[in-house]
Design a protein around this ligand. Structure first.
Ligand code: GSH
Length: 271
């Protein structure tokens, strides 16, 4: 596969944009975010005949667990991407960096593992996805981690590490004065609700764009909860607005409907 040669002094900046930065047209429904990167990419000259587009490739299972946040971030970013389910996971497993999915194959980097690392890489390549201002970046990073904390709780319940009353209490317990290992979803949501007010970025978002990688990850975790308890956001009006607004975005709709560029939809995993 032919790659553009590194830029020489005075060369047009767009020639130095990695091919996987070539983003779809701003005219496409759901195409987001203007930026310097976007401008450089969209100004890039047409590819020479025979030079294949080098999209990044997300591989994950067809489950709403750790892959959907990445699909959301890629779809919202406007980057060229393709998605795959593993054909033969046991054969593929040991070819991945940490013997697990998701992985993102990036032409210049090879295979990148770990959901949060991949999300941060997307943010680095498309600054609006990271949060351009320091404030938005800090917010997005905190949401990445809060989304992961919710995910880890759901995972412990699913895998039987939390059982019985403690598992049932996850949905009802409002005690925030306990050790954080005991937080239930209502504590996570209450803290997120007040965090959103403090962000003061609007009544349905945490950052100015509303679509940073942290918001993608948070949405993915909230959606896991909504699939189990549809009323989970009742009593958290800001989060309910965030969830509804983000869910209605065309890029999110594409991921929810059929996985967007994945071969099929992400099915419910946590029950
Ligand atoms: N730390 C990793 C964990 C990834 C992970 O737990 N992957 C699971 C699916 S959600 C997996 O690949 N399981 C299959 C296996 O281990 O064989 C991340 O955050 O991406």
């Amino acid at each position: 596969m032919e790659l553009p040669t590194p830029g020489a002094p005075g060369e047009h900046a767009s020639l130095r944009v990695p091919l996987w930065l070539h983003r779809r047209s701003a005219a496409r429904p759901g195409a987001p975010l203007a930026s310097g990167v976007w401008a450089a990419a969209s100004e890039a000259p047409p590819r020479a005949a025979g030079v294949a587009q080098q999209a990044v490739k997300l591989t994950y299972f067809g489950l709403w667990a750790k892959g959907p946040s990445v699909a959301l971030a890629l779809e919202h970013s406007g980057l060229d991407w393709e998605g795959a389910f593993p054909d033969d996971w046991s054969g593929m497993k040991e070819t991945t960096p940490f013997f697990e999915l998701p992985v993102l194959e990036v032409p210049e980097l090879g295979m990148v593992g770990h959901e949060l690392a991949i999300l941060n890489l997307v943010g680095r390549r498309v600054p609006e996805m990271a949060g351009v201002s320091e404030k938005d970046f800090a917010i997005s990073q905190q949401l990445l981690n809060q989304g992961e904390d919710i995910y880890q709780k759901l995972s412990k319940i699913k895998t039987g590490l939390i059982t019985g009353e403690e598992a049932a209490g996850f949905w009802t317990d409002e005690n925030a004065k306990t050790h954080n290992r005991n937080y239930g979803i209502k504590v996570f949501l209450r803290l997120l609700e007040s965090f959103m007010s403090k962000c003061a970025s609007g009544d349905d978002r945490f950052t100015s764009s509303g679509n940073t990688v942290g918001e993608c990850k948070l949405f993915a975790s909230l959606h896991s909860c909504k699939l189990i308890r549809d009323d989970v956001l009742e009593g958290y009006p800001g989060l309910a607005r965030f969830y509804a607004r983000f869910a209605a975005e065309p890029a999110t709709q594409a991921v929810l409907a059929d996985g967007a560029k994945m071969p099929g939809p992400f099915a419910q995993y946590f029950k």
